[in-house]
Design a protein around this ligand. Structure first.
Ligand SMILES: NC(=O)C1=CN([C@@H]2O[C@H](COP(=O)(O)OP(=O)(O)OC[C@H]3O[C@@H](n4cnc5c(N)ncnc54)[C@H](O)[C@@H]3O)[C@@H](O)[C@H]2O)C=CC1
Ligand SMILES: CC(C)CC(=O)C(=O)O
Ligand SMILES: [Mg+2]
Length: 372
């Protein structure tokens, strides 16, 4: 298969982790006989340094003309610590999602069996965790009107959702539930928010077309607690933009590090693959960031194109690195392995399934059912 991949490393650890994902995609290319072309473009603070715009027109064009986008991370303390900054790196990512119509963000969460002891949570609790968050990505409070009064004393952010915005991601989530364990939990705050009550009405109606899927509802405050206490009760979580952002970072505690959680952001025409973590500026240039979230995002890209064996080969190689304890310091405090070493090791262990008989065949479920 020939793929044109737009590469947007971004800020902080973004370039370090995406470089490892690229190594792994190149290993897939070689092992399976594909042809991937990478076109790099600037986004976030690095793009602002060059021309002031966190999403330059040229970058957007490269993305629009690509088959898929591999995104690193954006964000810089220079802007985080400046409440008066008019332009921010994060606007580059938000606009990119909006311009490309990436309305569905798919975030699978499952603990790798080989590193169950890395989570601060009890093994018997997290071993049962296997869920996927379908987060609405181009609506809600992140995209509503923002206001600050002249005195700078009163601010507001509007949260707005339309039936159309809710229903397109709801269909994706129901379809995912059908090929998983037939359960969908809508997480909202319908006891307080009008938008949440609209979500409930629309999702309940759509649920009638998916009679095999058990639909339940949970308030977001309770869901934050259940995710930690009882993660095994979830299969597909469907939720709005803000709640999905927060819940998925909380969910990353299950796997032992946010540096392990990938995502796919999908729309009708485009697809982007991005770790759920940010630019982790404290780690920039130190060669300590975990590259696996980025590498698994590349695996989700392979899965998106129906390349199941390729997806599995990447996941198997990640297993191998964990089994050998070739992991970054977030998973082994005494570890001496750097971002590039872990990436290199995983890339070197990516082999075609035919040559794979001696390798570990377990999988984390990515290859089966997270992307429709
Ligand atoms: N998708 C994106 O590009 C996102 C960007 N951001 C931006 O990133 C910057 C930093 O934000 P934070 O709130 O500190 O979130 P963050 O996700 O960058 O880091 C939070 C903590 O997670 C851990 N962590 C993150 N990535 C890791 C990795 N690959 N390996 C090991 N540990 C990892 C570190 O302990 C870190 O202190 C901000 O400017 C923020 O706006 C935040 C979230 C998402
Ligand atoms: C920085 C935000 C725009 C993004 C974020 O936190 C996320 O998508 O997880
Ligand atoms: Mg986030």
């Amino acid at each position: 298969m020939k793929l044109n991949i737009a590469l947007l490393p971004g800020d902080g650890i973004g370039p370090e982790v995406t470089a490892q994902a690229v190594k792994c995609l190149q290993a897939v290319e070689e092992a399976f006989g594909h042809s991937f072309t990478f076109t790099q473009a600037a986004v976030g603070a690095v793009a602002m340094e060059k021309g002031g715009d966190p999403l330059p027109e040229e970058t957007l064009e490269i993305c629009k003309n690509s088959d898929a986008i591999l995104f690193g991370a954006i964000g810089d303390p220079k802007y985080d610590n400046d409440p008066d900054a008019k332009t921010r790196p994060e606007q580059g990512l938000l606009r990119l999602r909006q311009e490309l119509g990436l309305f569905g963000n798919i975030r699978p969460v499952k603990a790798f069996p080989t590193i169950l002891d890395k989570s601060p949570l009890k093994k018997n609790i997290i071993a049962k965790a296997d869920f996927v968050i379908y987060r609405e990505l181009t609506g809600g409070i992140y995209f509503g009107e923002k206001k600050l009064n002249e005195a700078g004393t009163i601010a507001s952010d509007i949260c707005e959702y339309s039936e159309k915005e809710i229903s397109r991601i709801a269909h994706l989530a129901f379809k995912a539930a059908k090929v998983r364990r037939n359960k969908l939990t809508l997480v909202d705050k319908a006891n307080v928010l009008e938008t949440s009550r609209l979500w409930r009405r629309v999702v309940r109606k759509i649920g009638e077309s998916y009679p095999e899927v058990e639909l339940d509802f949970m308030f977001v405050d309770n869901a934050a607690m259940q995710l930690i206490l009882n993660p095994g009760i979830f299969d597909v979580i469907l939720t709005e933009n803000l709640f999905g952002d927060i819940l998925s970072d909380a969910g990353s505690v299950i796997g032992g590090s946010i540096g392990l959680l990938p995502s796919a952001s999908v729309g009708e025409k485009h697809a982007m693959f991005e770790p759920i973590h940010g630019s982790f500026p404290q780690a920039k240039g130190k060669n300590i960031a975990n590259p696996i979230a980025s590498i698994l995002s590349a695996a989700m890209m392979m899965e998106h194109f129906g390349l199941k064996e390729e997806t599995q080969a990447i996941v198997n190689a990640i297993y191998q690195s964990m089994k050998q304890n070739i992991v970054t310091p977030d998973l082994n405090a005494k570890g001496k392995y750097g971002t590039d070493h872990v990436g290199e090791y995983i890339a070197n262990n990516i082999v075609d399934a035919d040559d794979h008989l001696s390798m570990n065949k377990e999988n984390i479920g990515l290859g089966k059912s997270t992307i429709i």
